[in-house]
Design a protein around this ligand. Sequence first.
Ligand code: RP5
Length: 163
Amino acid sequence: MQPKVAIIMGSKSDWETMKFATEILDQLQVSYHVEVISAHRTPDKLFSFSSQAVDAGYQVIVAGAGGAAHLPGMVASKTRLPVLGVPVQSKALNGMDSLLSIVQMPKGIAVGTFAIGTAGAFNAGLLAAQILANNDAALAQRLDAFRQAQTDTILENPDPRED
Ligand code: RP5
């Protein structure tokens, strides 16, 4: 079956971060497509992927990039699908460059922006699942169960000195 989620990233070096988006999608049994698409190294591929994303059957795109991270914004400019942008932690500026590049979209083209690094990647995968759950009752149940399990883990063992 054609996956409804595309997870794209600017470089193979982003995978160590972006794999956290796939972790939660695996847990929630949501299928996805993963691919490296670089805004500056493969601009034509970026354009063809983004302009064909609706027809390809995707419903949400998770896009991670670092540094001058223009991938999420450029993809969003070529598709009406929701784009969830993940700032990958860069070496030079610890991801502040990535964050500001993604979050400061000018008015008129929307990109959802997440936390820098692995938490952001995980939460982007989580929100992608939540978007799909609007039209998927079984997925909605799995999400409810995930959240309840997370709550129970804390309530059942609130002593910070114990694991
Ligand atoms: C961006 O430049 C990528 O998203 C990556 O985070 C960063 C560094 O890429 P590499 O030089 O490791 O390929 O395009």
